[in-house]
Design a binder for this molecule. Structure first.
Ligand SMILES: [Fe+2]
Length: 170
């Protein structure tokens, strides 16, 4: 069995990952409404990845004999006033998620729970990639977003993103 606090934090993380999926679906829907289907595609796939993360945390808890409690998922309530605004929301959200993962890692480390630390290693690396991607989108938008033709091309580029299942298998 896992340490009670570690297990609780992992259970909270299931909810946080589902919320991330909700947030990215909300962003995807915003871009659909704006006619930027490529941006919408990028965030829809991001939402799929977040659902995968939630399932991985759930599976890890169950593999360790822990009961999973599914809590209500918060309503995404951000209002976007420009094409660039969701990109900043996404980047800030990823930084927040990184802090959550690090916090669980800290708790596992405190009780010498090496198994959970090893499980979380994948997420530590994943968060590094998520932050780089989110920051990269902001940079590209700042460079090209104000020119309609360049924005069209950027939208096409983001439209080419395809879903791939997580490399972590439990
Ligand atoms: Fe995630």
């Amino acid at each position: 069995m896992l340490d009670a606090r570690v297990a609780e934090l992992l259970n909270v993380q299931v909810n946080k990952e589902f919320y991330s999926a909700y947030l990215y679906l909300d962003i995807s829907n915003y871009y659909v409404d704006q006619g930027l289907d490529g941006f919408a595609n990028w965030y829809k796939i991001q939402a799929q990845e977040e659902r995968d993360h939630a399932m991985l945390f759930m599976q890890y808890l169950q593999n360790n004999g822990c009961k999973v409690t599914l809590d209500a998922i918060d309503k995404p309530d951000k209002v976007f006033d420009s094409f660039g605004a969701p990109l900043h929301v996404g980047y800030e959200h990823e930084q927040y998620v990184t802090s959550l993962i690090h916090n669980i890692y800290d708790a596992a480390n405190a009780v010498k729970d090496f198994r959970t630390m090893q499980f979380l290693d994948w997420f530590v690396k994943e968060q590094g990639e998520e932050e780089t991607n989110a920051e990269g989108l902001i940079k590209k938008y700042e460079l090209f977003g104000s020119d309609p033709r360049a924005l069209y091309m950027l939208d096409s580029e983001l439209g080419a993103r395809v879903y791939s299942a997580p490399s972590l298998v439990l």
